[in-house]
Design a binder for this molecule. Structure first.
Ligand SMILES: *[C@@H]1O[C@H](CO)[C@@H](O)[C@H](O)[C@H]1NC(C)=O
Ligand SMILES: *[C@@H]1O[C@H](CO)[C@@H](O)[C@H](O)[C@H]1NC(C)=O
Ligand SMILES: *[C@@H]1O[C@H](CO)[C@@H](O)[C@H](O)[C@H]1NC(C)=O
Length: 180
């Protein structure tokens, strides 16, 4: 099991490669809750983000309050939440057999005005990836893992455990060189 710090290093490293080569091939950067067909380049990273609409049919889009946006980059300004159903999944096409760094990002930002931090599960396919908990409303949470899909798609699922409405702000996939 690799440490989170190492994964963060890998993530930063793949970003460095990007900046160096200006090559985003294989990158998948999804801004959850954005309007369908919407895409933009994040000015902080130079990475292109696309709407999540084509990867999921369920849930609803929500916007973070403007005063909560200051400390976070654009991908965290919107989210998709899942008030219905225990398990809601994104289906994302990938290249089977390729090693990916997969990152899921969450920023509550008191978007619903309830100021009540939800706790929920994140699954990769049928397997529990992690439980998502927040320190406070204005601190984000990121979950990362390295995975080599056996099929040409993956499922990233949000699972309701009865402790608030699950949501997600961003999903990012970065292909890794096979020797890492
Ligand atoms: C998104 O693009 C598709 C294909 O071009 C189009 O059929 C659809 O109407 C668009 N949706 C919106 C909300 O503009
Ligand atoms: C957010 O940014 C402001 C300045 O824009 C700063 O004063 C504040 O401490 C930051 N809050 C957090 C939680 O980082
Ligand atoms: C994913 O791949 C399938 C099969 O190749 C294709 O039908 C589908 O449109 C793709 N989905 C997206 C979101 O690109």
């Amino acid at each position: 099991m690799m440490s989170l710090t190492f994964m963060q290093f890998l993530f930063a490293f793949s970003l460095m490669l990007l900046v160096h080569a200006q090559d985003q091939s294989g990158f998948i950067s999804i801004d959850c809750g954005r309007a369908e067909n919407f895409s933009y380049t994040d000015l902080n990273t130079g990475i292109e983000y696309i709407s999540d609409a084509r990867f999921i049919d369920t849930g609803e889009s929500k916007l973070i309050w403007p005063n909560q946006r200051n400390n976070y980059t654009q991908p965290y300004w919107t989210l998709r939440r899942f008030p219905e159903g225990t398990r809601n999944c994104y289906k994302i096409n990938v290249t089977s057999g390729m090693k990916y760094l997969i990152r899921a990002g969450f920023f509550y930002g008191n978007y619903d005005g309830d100021n009540k931090l939800p706790v929920f599960e994140l699954h990769l396919g049928a397997n529990l990836w992690d439980t998502v908990r927040f320190k406070d409303a204005s601190t984000d949470k990121k979950k990362e893992l390295i995975h080599t899909p056996l099929r040409n798609y993956i499922h990233v699922c949000l699972v309701d455990i009865g402790s608030g409405i699950p949501f997600i702000s961003a999903i990012e996939l970065r292909p890794l060189p096979n020797e890492t």
